[in-house]
Write a protein that binds this ligand. Structure first.
Ligand SMILES: CC(C)(COP(=O)(O)OP(=O)(O)OC[C@H]1O[C@@H](n2cnc3c(N)ncnc32)[C@H](O)[C@@H]1OP(=O)(O)O)[C@@H](O)C(=O)NCCC(=O)NCCS
Length: 257
């Protein structure tokens, strides 16, 4: 295995490989696993990847930049990430329908009402027909929308990660760090902060890249699983707690070269 890789813009031809990387890299993510264990409508994490990437590629690169890491020897895609950018906003701009208001499912969060309650026992009263996992989905999406509304009110200049996945066979060789640095270097040059909605496992890596926890959403997965009688994965007694962390990195001085 060669050790060098380089970063390149993503194209639509990359989509099948990127969907496979998403599928493999989230295969052990407990929140994803619980949603995939839905008794009648199992969630397929990679199924939404093609549409989401096409959508992001349709946006100008001044708003979203999608980047892949490619092994210099084999040409294989090792991982990919996306950076949302709000860099040229005028203070009076009122547009909130930006890339980051899309959820993983491509829904426009800005058209949804703000959440009334954001808590473990959240029940969306407007949608009593939703089952437990659909309510969980609504709750986490509403929490994210609420956070991004607070952290990036209209007129805020900032950058934010809109996805990061590294193929499990190539984790631990600096691919994630390089894809993050690609964005944080730009953010430092622009003197803007960056934020990310971190998966449970990825938080230590973001810490190493200069991010700090700003807010959290703790989910008692067993609480939600029990309502649909979903048993934990074989060999486990419990689903356990899953923590989404909202992490921020303040801009750092750019070294003179
Ligand atoms: C999180 C992820 C992107 C990290 O990618 P990676 O290429 O393995 O990360 P790197 O090799 O660049 O690691 C950078 C640093 O973070 C550390 N690190 C990476 N993953 C870590 C983890 N799970 N726990 C603790 N430290 C971790 C590395 O040890 C390294 O530290 P070092 O530079 O001091 O040696 C990858 O594990 C992944 O795709 N995970 C599943 C999908 C996911 O959760 N994505 C994040 C969505 S918000």
């Amino acid at each position: 295995m060669s050790t060098s890789f380089s970063l390149h813009p993503i194209t639509e031809d990359d989509i099948p490989a990127l969907a496979e990387i998403d599928r493999l890299s989230f295969a052990n993510d407990r929140h994803t696993l619980l949603k995939a264990a839905h008794p009648t409508r199992p969630y397929d994490h990679a199924a939404g990847t093609p549409e989401m990437i096409k959508y992001r590629l349709s946006l100008p690169t001044t708003r979203v930049e999608m980047t892949k890491a490619v092994d210099d020897q084999t040409g294989d895609i090792l991982g990919y990430g996306g950076w949302g950018k709000r860099l040229d906003l005028h203070p009076q701009s009122s547009s909130t329908t930006t890339e980051e208001t899309k959820t993983e499912n491509g829904e426009d969060e800005s058209s949804k009402p703000p959440p009334q309650v954001v808590a473990q026992d959240y029940v969306k009263t407007e949608s009593p027909h939703l089952d437990a996992l659909e309510q969980l989905e609504e709750m986490t999406s509403a929490h994210l929308a609420d956070y991004q509304g607070r952290i990036m009110p209209p007129g805020t200049r900032a950058m934010y990660l809109v996805g990061l996945s590294v193929h499990p066979d190539h984790q631990g060789r600096g691919v994630g760090r390089a894809l993050i640095k690609h964005g944080t270097d730009r953010a430092d040059a622009e003197r803007v902060f960056c934020w990310v909605h971190s998966s449970d496992d990825a938080a230590p890596m973001y810490r190493k890249c200069g991010f700090e926890v700003n807010d959290t959403l703790e989910i008692d997965l067993d609480h939600w699983a029990s309502q649909l009688d979903i048993k934990p994965p074989i060999g486990d007694e419990k689903w356990g707690t899953y923590t989404f962390r909202y992490m921020i990195r303040e801009p750092q001085p750019v070294e003179r070269r």
